[in-house]
Design a protein around this ligand. Structure first.
Ligand SMILES: [Zn+2]
Length: 120
């Protein structure tokens, strides 16, 4: 299973079986199927950045189009409320997928902090 499909399915990148989350955005300490350690993965604010960027590329233009539209003010307010709610819901749906995807890519690429090697 590729790390991308495992990440999008919120499954363990090592075995593709175990689920990676124990709560909405909380990783389990390890895979329950194969024992892969999830504590080394640190996605930090990466998922929020990518989801925010992607979602706003699609929804931000409506924030300009709706106020300029030739429509009654109550309709504009209603549409802006719907826009805000839809943007928030789409972001909340995409966040776990993005976090799981970044964690799967970190584990499969063995990404970790840079450190000095021992010279002997
Ligand atoms: Zn696993």
């Amino acid at each position: 299973m590729s790390p991308i499909s495992a990440g999008l399915a919120e499954r363990c990148p090592a075995c593709g079986q175990g689920r990676v989350f124990r709560a909405y955005l909380k990783f389990k300490p390890a895979c329950e199927a194969c024992g892969q350690d999830f504590t080394k993965a640190d996605t930090a604010d990466g998922p929020a950045f990518f989801v925010g960027f992607l979602v706003l590329i699609f929804f931000a233009p409506f924030g300009f189009i709706i106020p300029m539209a030739d429509a009654p003010i109550w309709l504009k307010i209603l549409l802006m409320l719907v826009l805000v709610i839809v943007t928030a819901i789409v972001s909340l749906i995409l966040l776990p997928k993005a976090k799981s995807l970044l964690m799967a890519l970190q584990i499969s690429n063995r990404a970790e902090e840079a450190r000095f090697e021992d010279r002997k």
